[in-house]
Design a protein around this ligand. Structure first.
Ligand code: GLA
Length: 411
């Protein structure tokens, strides 16, 4: 697994109008429907989701758009602005195609929807993304959620607990908004697609965030009950995203390995999830674990605590204290969980030295990608400049940090 240097790729900021035009060019007609699903930033709570834990996230203004129309010959044809290859396949033969690995997220969702009883015929779809690849903003979950929603637009369905419920009816050309329960079921379809078809044993953080985002609000998820709450982000804070522009290529394998360590630690500690372990219990039972299991458990137990404390700090509008938990979270990733990289550490170290930064940490799975920085709003431009200049001075890598807006979830 080598390190690959990335170009800090952002695939244009085109939006709905542009995906429409791209569809028209690719298929010779305007699309019947368009949806979009945002990427997410993990604010605090690293790898806690599949450990039944607590996590805070933000849906941000980078999206996957899909424009589509139904067709009747049982074929699905996908095009994307990100890669040159088209993918055409029959409904009854949805398989991986090594030339179009990007389509796996869509195919996985189609298979899982069908397994849930959702009926659809063929369709043409044009996919366009403004979420930078490999930055840890989960373009994959956004693509999964956009796929589930475009199928709903073309062939309306409503997922019940185990079977289907009566499909929603369009009023004034719009389907009714998804209920929280339906959103959660759709999020689970995306997670199942990623676990079983793509092969990443992810939790539900990314899919939930893409669906449950609210403008200006933090998404708080309790992954034991999958309950979701939105709370306001205190005013005066800018969210700066800094893509380190370096990522490990085989991060799926690394990710699954971390999950396996956490699960094996939980088993040896006699609990279903590490969520049920507090710091004294971990120390008391340290001898039951391998060194690696202990390190992973230490990170998760600490992250859950930091989210509890962080929630309180946010509620009190104490961004300075909240920011400290971000720095601590990063240190724990670096020193215990080992899902950071030297470049992410450099970004956080630089940020920590800048007076206008409240807190910074890696965001998402790790092994490269981006840091999230909470910065005094009136100093955001200056922070972006100082961070990128100093990062260049130390690594010779040019980056373009950007200020993210917190947006509504997919629709
Ligand atoms: C990735 C996964 C999520 C979550 C984060 C780490 O984004 O897809 O389920 O585990 O990493 O918190």
């Amino acid at each position: 697994m080598g390190l690959v240097k990335k170009e800090g790729l952002v695939i244009g900021s085109l939006g709905k109008e542009e995906v429409k035009q791209f569809y028209q060019k690719a298929f010779g007609k305007p699309p019947a429907r368009i949806v979009r699903a945002p990427g997410r930033l993990e604010l605090l709570g690293n790898h806690t989701d599949y450990n039944g834990g607590l996590v805070m996230a933000l849906a941000v203004d980078k999206y996957i758009y899909i424009a589509a129309s139904p067709r009747n010959d049982g074929q699905i044809e996908l095009v994307t602005t990100s890669f040159p290859e088209r993918d055409t396949f029959y409904l009854d033969k949805i398989e991986k195609n090594p030339a179009t690995a990007w389509a796996n997220y869509t195919k996985g969702v189609l298979l899982k929807l069908r397994a849930r009883g959702v009926h659809f015929t063929g369709f043409n779809a044009a996919i366009h993304g403004t979420i930078p690849f490999g930055a840890g903003l989960s373009s994959s979950a956004a693509l999964e959620m956009a796929t589930a929603l475009i199928v709903r637009e073309l062939f309306p369905y409503r997922l019940g607990e185990n079977s289907l419920e009566l499909p929603p009816k369009r009023e004034a050309d719009h389907l009714p908004a998804l209920s929280p329960t339906e959103k959660l079921r759709i999020a689970k379809v995306g997670q199942a697609a990623e676990n079983d078809f793509v092969g990443v044993k992810c939790g539900l953080l990314d899919q939930i965030s893409s669906l449950f985002g609210k403008s200006g609000q933090v998404i708080q998820i309790d992954c034991l009950s999958n309950s979701v709450q939105n709370d306001p982000m205190p005013p005066g804070v800018a969210i700066v995203v800094a893509d380190s522009a370096v990522k490990h290529e085989l991060s799926a394998g690394d990710y699954n390995e971390l999950r396996a360590q956490c699960e094996s630690a939980a088993r040896k500690l006699g609990v279903q999830f590490l969520r049920f372990i507090n710091p004294p219990a971990l120390e008391k039972n340290k001898s039951k674990l391998t060194e690696r299991e202990y390190q992973c458990a230490y990170h998760i137990v600490g992250e859950n605590q930091r989210v509890v404390f962080g929630e309180r700090a946010l509620r009190e509008g104490d961004v300075t204290q909240f920011g400290q938990y971000l720095f601590q979270s990063h240190a724990s990733s670096r020193d215990y969980f080992h899902n950071s990289t030297p470049q992410l550490d450099t970004l956080v170290e630089i940020a920590q030295g800048l007076k206008t930064c409240f807190g910074a940490r890696l965001t998402g799975g790790g092994f490269g990608g981006a840091t999230i920085n909470l910065v005094r709003q009136d100093a955001a431009d200056e922070f972006v400049r100082l961070l990128s200049d100093e990062y260049f001075a130390r690594t010779k890598i040019k980056i373009q940090p950007w200020v993210a807006q917190i947006v509504d979830g997919a629709g």
